[in-house]
Design a protein around this ligand. Structure first.
Ligand SMILES: NC(=O)C1=CN([C@@H]2O[C@H](COP(=O)(O)OP(=O)(O)OC[C@H]3O[C@@H](n4cnc5c(N)ncnc54)[C@H](O)[C@@H]3O)[C@@H](O)[C@H]2O)[C@@H](O)CC1
Ligand SMILES: [K+]
Length: 506
């Protein structure tokens, strides 16, 4: 499990060590780790170290100090180093070390920003050490002009020191201009803003350098399930399992306009281990489901007539589908775990419960928040995904999963997950229906298996968020497997799930 923290949490964890006079030691560990990461990355790219050029953009705080010390380590390995000081001062010891190691220093002004941008753009490595966790807002003045003048597709390697300057470590909000990094080397632990969009868009690969603050870290503000966690959480049938005991999912999805959504949701559920899938919906849709998935048991009855362990509601449903929407509300009222998608989102009561997992995309989340009186439109959600999903979970008291390149899951209590295991090819029609099916199948199978979560270090009351994150990860990994570097249709995601599951559970 990757644990991520806000900048404030990291700074609080550093306090006992700073109070013990270890500030310089922490900076040495951070900058040495940063320099080593640059060396490894250059070697991995087959680039020569000796004689290569590195330009460090150094702000006046400790982030700039890390960058200058790192550059002086790189100078000792034979790299040619230049610093552009973006503030009215620089970390004195770090600047002295940089100059002692033979680095050239330029002081940035409004007048020379364009010329220095051209110089920096020619470097083999650019180290972004302007702002770190002490930043208030984004780059301004000459520093903003310098970064705007650098193309976001620099030919060299761009490495962010701790966090790309202008990205908020707590929320992932990005204050333009931000220099997008190939690699972010972050100190002590991952920052939450690196695992949430749009911060994650700018971070590139994230590498954590331990600096000795780990034992002082509190409960993480965000976590990411890794393969070992996924393997632990995925259920395996027992010798005496039967289709009912493995978990039955009821699916209320699809409409005459969107019958395919019902099929894809059922295929997602079947691929993710449900013992049985029961479909409830209009006869024409049920016919299509039967033809496409003969394993599914179809009926036209009510929610109360069907014994299941969890419900999936809403995929492919619209505001006119009154009978289906009533079933969706009945499913939520049953108190069973429910995954509620698409058309169900505007039709459910405002206040729900943690075992109800809502799966909006950014536009649907904005509409939901707007209905609940919070001031968000789609672009506001996209600018602060973490804040938006947290607010939705608090207001609805449900578990909320926001779909995107980094899928975020917020429980209404405190746990948060960010999964980014997919591929952009997953942005294809029907992909969300398959995701709903996968999460529904998992809710049916492990929703009541409290011990499984406790054993994995997850508070049982928070298990709904973990199940949603598990589903998002399976969906992302299945998409990556299905892509083989090229496009695919949504059904292929479902086809890829069993093999991905097998590898993880292996
Ligand atoms: N505190 C510690 O013990 C450690 C801190 N480390 C580094 O220190 C960083 C935090 O350092 P600081 O607290 O000095 O802060 P930063 O280096 O993040 O930068 C803030 C500095 O710039 C100014 N500033 C804030 N917002 C600005 C803006 N929008 N435009 C221009 N200037 C702005 C502030 O007045 C402050 O001087 C971390 O990101 C990390 O890189 C590491 O060296 C590890 C140890
Ligand atoms: K930085």
């Amino acid at each position: 499990m990757i644990s991520a923290y806000t900048g404030t949490q990291i700074r609080a964890a550093e306090q006992p060590l700073l109070a013990a006079g270890m500030g310089a030691v922490l900076m040495q560990r951070a900058s040495y780790g940063l320099a080593n990461a640059v060396v490894h990355e250059l070697r991995a790219r087959g680039r020569r170290l000796y004689g290569a050029s590195v330009a460090v953009l150094a702000g006046k705080g400790n982030n700039g100090g890390d960058g200058l010390f790192a550059a002086s380590f790189l100078a000792a390995r034979g790299m040619r180093t230049t610093a552009v000081l973006t503030g009215d001062a620089a970390h004195p010891e770090a600047l002295a070390a940089f100059e002692r190691a033979g680095g050239r220093v330029h002081v940035l002004t409004e007048a020379n920003a364009g010329e220095l941008a051209a110089h920096v753009a020619g470097a083999d490595v650019v180290l972004d050490a302007i702002l770190g966790t002490g930043a208030q807002g984004g780059l301004r003045g000459a520093a903003a002009a310098l970064v705007s003048g650098l193309s976001n597709e620099l030919p060299g390697l761009v490495v962010a020191c701790d966090i790309p300057s202008g990205v908020d470590a707590d929320t992932g909000e990005a204050h333009a201009p931000v220099l997008s990094a190939d690699l972010t080397v972050t100190f002590g632990a991952a920052k939450a803003g690196l695992l949430a969009d749009p911060g994650a868009d700018h971070a590139g690969r994230v590498q954590v350098v331990p600096i000795g603050i780990e034992e002082h870290l509190p409960w993480p503000s965000l976590r990411r399930l890794e393969p070992a966690d996924l393997g632990r959480l995925l259920p395996r049938p027992g010798r005496r399992s039967h289709k009912y005991s493995r978990g039955v999912l009821g699916v209320v999805a699809g409409s005459e306009d969107y019958p395919g959504a019902a099929v894809l949701a059922c295929r997602g559920a079947l691929s993710a281990g449900a013992g049985m899938v029961r479909y409830l919906g209009p006869p024409a849709v049920a016919d299509l489901v039967r033809q496409s998935c003969p394993e599914v048991v179809c009926s036209t009855g009510s929610v109360a007539d069907n014994r299941v362990q969890a419900w999936l509601v809403g995929s492919g449903m619209g505001p006119g589908d009154s009978e289906q929407l009533q079933r969706a509300r009945d499913a939520v009222e049953s108190g069973l775990p429910v995954i509620a998608d698409a058309g169900a989102l505007p039709a459910l009561p405002d206040v729900l419960a943690p075992q109800v997992v809502l799966t909006p995309h950014a536009g649907e989340l904005a509409a939901l928040l707007d209905r609940l009186g919070a001031d968000y439109d789609r672009s506001a959600v996209e600018a602060n995904t973490l804040g938006a999903v947290r607010q939705a979970a608090v207001l609805t008291e449900a578990t909320v999963l926001l779909k995107g390149p980094s899928t975020l899951v917020a429980s209404p209590f405190q746990d948060f997950y960010s999964q980014a295991d997919g591929t952009p090819w997953l942005a294809t029609a029907g992909s969300g229906d398959v995701l709903a099916g996968i999460i529904g199948a998992l809710l049916a199978q492990v929703g009541s298996d409290v011990g499984r979560f406790r054993n994995a270090g997850i508070d049982p009351d928070e298990r709904w968020a973990a199940i949603a994150a598990l589903g998002a990860s399976l969906h992302g990994r299945a998409g990556t497997a299905a892509a083989e570097g090229g496009p695919f249709t949504a059904g292929r995601i479902a086809d890829a799930v069993p093999a991905v599951w097998g590898r993880l559970a292996g």
